[in-house]
Design a protein around this ligand. Structure first.
Ligand code: NDP
Length: 273
């Protein structure tokens, strides 16, 4: 495993398990068994209890696991942020989370939501705080009021959506970028095109790695934390088996060049939930 140091000084694994749509403990336990120590959930995934149960069943110590969860849009709109955060801790069965994120920048609320997260951080129950789906203009608006710089911006990112300008802004602010849907998520056409790309297949052949493994390694080599989701034990194992090789600058550039600015998930400029 490789780690990134957050602006709090905490270390976070560069690769974790995304659990969107995971409704039982077995993939999470398989991930712990394979060496994962970071889990990405959200209040909106309705599976924080499942994650909590897996943490307890794993036999690992709380401090060995990096837990991320996220604030819903409805709690931002209804100003019930602290109550929802308390509920997340209760469902997870923990007394702190390692990282708490604003899931989506809800217009007219996200700046105040950031101030609420700063309070949770000061209370010690959210060891680090960050954002998700923030574009440059969201970061700039939050920057006007923040006294804590977001540790993380979790955004859709894969070879067909490389997000170079936003990544540059995050890096300039000291915000670590993290990729959601690193393998193209549930969009099968995009995922299939990406996972059969000749450029990436050729690179994989050189290292004896699959296309998915090369794409995940490309994230790591760019300094981007990533959280692929799988419920398949073999793919869970394969996705973490990427710490024994590294891409050359030319290979990284060749994957960068696949960018088509294609989103597979909602657009942060225009979402209706
Ligand atoms: P991913 O890009 O991680 O892709 C998951 C899909 O790829 C599943 O269909 C999975 O199927 C398949 N897959 C996994 N590994 C492999 C492999 N090695 N080879 C081929 N196929 C593979 O999509 P997600 O959208 O789930 O994103 C990951 C995580 O990011 C989420 O689980 C969630 O935690 C987070 N997220 C955050 C968002 C946000 O707004 N902040 C939005 C969306 C996601 P199978 O399970 O059968 O292996």
């Amino acid at each position: 495993m490789e780690y990134v140091t957050l602006n709090t000084g905490a270390k976070m694994p560069m690769l974790g398990l995304g659990v969107y749509g995971v409704d039982d403990t077995s993939p999470i336990l398989a991930a712990f068994e394979a060496g994962y120590r970071s889990i990405d959930t959200a209040s909106g995934y309705n599976n924080e209890e499942v994650v909590g149960q897996a943490i307890r069943e794993s036999g690992l110590k709380r401090e060995e696991i990096f837990v991320t969860t996220k604030l819903t849009n409805s709690a931002q709109r209804e100003n019930t942020i602290e109550a929802e955060f308390d509920q997340s801790l209760e469902k997870l069965g923990v007394d702190y989370v390692d990282l708490y994120l604003i899931h989506w920048p809800v217009a007219e609320h996200y700046v105040n939501s950031w101030l609420a997260l700063e309070k949770l951080h000061k209370s010690g129950r959210a060891k680090a705080i960050g954002v998700s789906n923030f574009q440059t203009y969201h970061i700039e608006a939050a920057k006007k009021v923040w006294s804590v710089v977001p540790a993380m911006n979790q955004i859709e990112l894969h070879p067909f959506l490389t997000q170079k300008p936003l990544i540059a802004v995050c890096k300039a602010e000291g915000i670590i970028p993290e990729s959601w849907s690193p393998l193209g998520g549930g969009a099968n056409d995009v995922k299939n095109n990406m996972l059969t790309s000749k450029v990436v297949t050729d690179i994989g052949e050189k290292y004896g790695k699959s296309v998915a493994q090369v794409i995940l390694r490309w994230n790591i080599d760019l300094g981007i934390v990533t959280i692929p989701k799988s419920t398949n034990p073999d793919r869970i194992k394969a996705n973490i088996n990427i710490f024994d090789f590294a891409l050359t600058p030319e290979e990284i550039a060749a994957i960068d060049a696949l960018n088509k600015d294609i989103r597979t998930g909602p657009d942060p400029d225009n979402f209706s939930f």
